[in-house]
Design a protein around this ligand. Structure first.
Ligand code: PBG
Length: 327
């Protein structure tokens, strides 16, 4: 009987040994907290399908932003839930609209202490729930939408966003937003492009989080789950158009895409651990089927290991708290 001479287990013998040889790690700066603000709320309102996540009031959002700074998070990604919606999503352009107002409030509260990012998309603001405006036949009109995205980007930068994040998957959106920002004097405002965003069933809970009006799906503009090569094409186009950072979304069912993108991207790569990913782990942990804290940590670490520089996750604050405790 011969025994192995190569023993990888030697490097796993103690926690200190494992820490020494860990290839990737997690730090608060890697984490971006998505946050929802809803117009006209008196109290923060829990989202049933995302236990622990709320729709914020203006005040509770400011407190969350201060906490995010104290925890050393990398950024905040703000989403607005307006009280009234229309066909073109005009509340998204209004400087007094819920999202632009929230950006301004948060910026006034925390200044440049954390990167304030804003979701640049129409779906929360349209009465039909699509990410763009519709043509006469009810289809999402790519080019008519671009014009609105350009204006929305400028409105968000003017409100105080440090970075805008177009998530609508319209072709050419990065170029149009870049041009509009430059023309308005926001040459230094970066664009975080949702480059490879897939039509996913795992967005389900988010639709509750933003009171989505959508009936149907987004398969004519978001990517098909079957496609891997196409993600590279989307990323290349966004880079050509001037994207400063790139996002892959969702994260956990798309780690192959994330690894491909991370291998070729010359700019920083983010991944979005979305609402359904959050809900699944919370549900299983709530039933006592998995250990909540280790499952959360492992899931976010796996996204970093696949190649994400930064991770958007609803656990950002809690996770950063654990990291701070040094556990
Ligand atoms: C669209 C948008 C969506 C999410 C972020 N931005 C929803 C969608 O495309 O249907 C989903 C985020 C999540 O599920 O956590 N503006």
């Amino acid at each position: 009987m011969s025994f192995p001479t190569h023993r990888p287990r030697r490097l796993r013998t103690t926690a200190a040994m494992r820490r020494l040889v860990a290839e990737v790690d997690l730090a608060p700066r890697h984490l971006i907290l998505p946050a929802f603000i809803r117009e006209g709320l008196a109290e923060p309102r829990p989202i049933d399908s995302m236990p622990g996540v709320v729709q914020h009031t203006a005040d509770s959002l400011k407190r969350a932003a201060v906490e995010a700074v104290e925890l050393g998070l990398g950024g905040l990604m703000l989403f607005g839930v307006p009280a009234t919606r229309d066909a073109t999503g005009s509340a998204g352009l209004d400087p007094e609209g819920v999202l632009n107002q929230a950006i301004a409030d948060v910026r006034a509260e925390v200044g440049d202490e954390i990167v304030i990012m804003s979701d640049l998309c129409l779906d929360e603001f349209t009465d039909h729930g699509h990410c763009g405006v519709l043509d006469a036949d009810g289809r999402v009109d790519n080019d008519a939408t671009l014009e609105i995205y350009g204006k929305m980007g400028v409105a968000q930068a003017r409100a105080g966003a440090h970075m805008v994040a177009p998530s609508g998957m319209m072709d050419g959106q990065v170029a149009v937003i870049r041009q509009a920002l430059d023309a308005a004097g926001f040459e230094d405002t970066p664009v975080l492009a949702y480059a490879a965003k897939y039509a996913s069933a795992f967005y389900g809970p988010f639709r509750e989080a933003v009171d989505s009006q959508l009936s149907g799906d987004r398969r004519t503009y978001q990517m098909d789950a079957s496609n891997r090569r196409e993600a590279i094409h989307e990323v290349e186009l966004d880079l050509e158009e001037g994207a400063d950072l790139i996002m892959v979304k969702p994260a956990m069912s798309y780690l192959d895409i994330l690894a491909d993108v991370a291998a070729m991207s010359p700019v920083p790569v983010s991944a979005y651990q979305i609402s359904g990913e959050y809900a699944m782990i919370e549900a299983a942990a709530g039933n006592g089927w998995i250990d909540r804290r280790s499952a959360i940590t492992e899931s976010v670490l796996s996204i970093r290991r696949a190649g994400a520089d930064t991770v958007l996750t609803y656990w950002a604050a809690e996770l950063a708290g654990w990291l701070k405790e040094g556990k």
